[in-house]
Design a binder for this molecule. Structure first.
Ligand SMILES: [Zn+2]
Length: 542
């Protein structure tokens, strides 16, 4: 009770001025209460970090489906749940050590400390015997940039060692320019391409700056079982082993090869680079605990009127990392900001549509997807098996991590220029909040590929990526905030809800998204892409 009282008190203090301008005190305070309590509940220890295929999944999707129902949303095809077939694999590397042998001797790499390895295959044992290691630069085959790291090398049955990011990270002129990381720089691409090339395994050399996250993020993502979409072929289309190696360990690997990693890196950044065998072999055996199961996307519709066959899609992933390596004695990765806050935002937006005096012309689909943390799995499955035809899907507004944000004086929008139509809608909605928009056309660290909107974009549906710029959260000071001060709770057990969170800016972002969706729901317009790749995907839709 005490907690509830103080939460209420905070909302009144925090949000009254916005609320007057928006919709009246009572409703705005209701938004904040709904937002805070939903985050607090979904990120509570009771939900165990919301990992798919665990008992916590059922609790989580049940909670969201119940809330959708309570908010008056309708199920699609009789159910709020869309089944997503998933495979969970816990990869146990035999001996917990990988040994590489070259002409300068042998090097041992501890699993988790030096290398992280997993398989996506539905096989109880994976054995890669005396496989040769081949350095393939960035592991990129990009005809449109005249770049092929696989040219002239045979990687069939071999383990490919590659760099993260793309050559433009080191020389902006080489790829798209403007500090724009292409999809070729993303780790998922490295595994996809090596699989196409017939490699047995892939090790990506970790570098914090180039990857845009540190080694602990790599470890946390793979410290227990790894999830993937279950393909009809038992995922045999994937390389047998996927993994990462630390920069330090990669130096030792190149040492036993009698090569210099630094020289190899420098060469790989030049156009015309040729990959080469390291003259090193490794045998890796794994015993895998497999579990085939069902996960779920949760979907609910607020029906439109005369344009009800056309849909605005709001999405937010419900999953997080579950339990893992304890940090400061805490093993539950609660995922309050990432992404209980986004799910809570869906509830707030659904509630606002429900309260409209006039229902929207187009229908609104609220979609809480699974498996984002494992590689955008739920949204990838959704666009392959859409509940609503993609050609009738007007726009995707995806919300990922919008908790604990102080009010801001401007809106920042990434993906600027991809769709000038979308840019205009963002400007208009921001202007209603009295804010200018600062568009970013760069994509450092590949941020554009790191949440579920990317699945929609790849499938041709225009997406909105915007929000108040993020100053250090300011909801609490002094001893209330022991973790702040360069605090990094991203993918840590410390991503927990606190009553001292400042959500004034968070709610402004929620209203911004609501405003854009409402406008598009009523004006009947289909925003167009300007980016050639996504535009082609839109035109290919049925
Ligand atoms: Zn997220």
């Amino acid at each position: 009770m005490r907690k509830l009282a103080s939460t209420l008190f905070l909302c009144w203090l925090g949000v009254v001025p916005v609320v007057w301008a928006q919709a009246g005190v009572a409703e705005g305070a209701g938004d904040e209460l709904l937002f805070r309590t939903s985050i607090e509940e979904l990120s509570g220890d009771l939900f165990g970090g919301r990992k798919p295929l665990t008992p916590y999944q059922d609790l989580t999707v049940g909670y969201i489906a119940d809330k959708f129902k309570e908010l008056g949303l309708q199920p699609v095809g009789g159910s709020y749940l869309q089944e997503v077939p998933m495979l969970s694999v816990k990869t146990n590397v035999k001996g917990g050590v990988v040994t590489a042998r070259g002409k300068k001797g042998a090097a041992r790499f501890g699993v988790m400390d030096d290398v992280v390895l997993w398989t996506l295959r539905a096989e109880e044992k994976v054995k890669v015997q005396k496989a040769e290691l081949v350095f393939a630069g960035f592991g990129i085959n990009a005809p449109e940039y005249g770049w092929n790291d696989y040219e002239g090398i045979d990687v069939k049955g071999k383990i490919v060692v590659v760099l993260v990011n793309d050559p433009g990270f080191y020389d902006d002129g080489l790829f798209r320019g403007n500090n724009y990381m292409t999809y070729y720089g993303r780790w998922t691409y490295k595994y996809e391409e090596a699989s196409r090339q017939g490699a047995a395994g892939v090790l990506i050399i970790h570098d914090t700056a180039a990857a845009a996250y540190n080694w602990s993020v790599v470890q946390n993502g793979r410290s227990s079982d790894v999830l993937s979409l279950a393909s009809p072929t038992g995922n045999s289309e994937w390389v047998a082993l996927q993994g990462w190696i630390t920069g330090e360990a990669a130096h030792r690997l190149f040492d036993v090869a009698g090569r210099s990693l630094d020289e190899a890196l420098a060469a790989a950044r030049q156009r015309g680079f040729k990959g080469f065998a390291l003259g090193v072999t490794a045998t890796i055996e794994t015993n895998n605990d497999l579990r085939l199961g069902s996960s779920y996307n949760v979907a609910g519709v607020w029906p439109g009127t005369d344009l009800k066959d056309e849909y605005i899609v709001y999405s937010a992933h419900w999953d997080h990392l579950g339990t893992g390596t304890p940090i400061d004695g805490d093993s539950i990765y609660n995922g309050a900001d990432d992404n209980a806050s986004g799910v809570a935002a869906l509830f707030v937006i659904a509630d606002k549509f429900r309260r409209l005096a006039e229902p929207p012309r187009r229908s609104i689909l609220f979609l809480s997807v699974t498996g984002e943390e494992s590689g955008l799995l739920g949204s990838a499955y959704y666009v392959e098996h859409p509940l609503i035809p993609l050609s009738k899907t007007v726009v995707n507004l995806n919300i990922d991590a919008c908790g604990d944000k102080a009010r801001t004086s401007e809106v920042r929008a990434s993906g600027g220029g991809l769709s000038k139509d979308i840019d205009r809608y963002i400007v208009e909605a921001a202007a209603a909040q009295g804010k200018p928009v600062r568009f970013s056309t760069t994509n450092p660290g590949g941020g554009f590929f790191r949440s579920d909107h990317f699945s929609f974009a790849k499938a041709g549906v225009p997406v909105v990526l915007a929000g108040g710029s993020t100053p250090p959260p300011s909801g609490a000071t002094g001893e209330n905030r022991p973790l702040w001060g360069g605090r990094n709770t991203y993918h840590q057990p410390s991503d927990e809800y606190h009553a001292w969170w400042n959500v004034a800016g968070s709610l402004e972002d929620v209203y911004l998204f609501y405003g854009i969706g409402l406008r598009l729901a009523n004006d009947g317009y289909f925003p167009k892409w300007d980016d050639a790749t996504y535009k082609a995907a839109r035109e290919a839709q049925e």
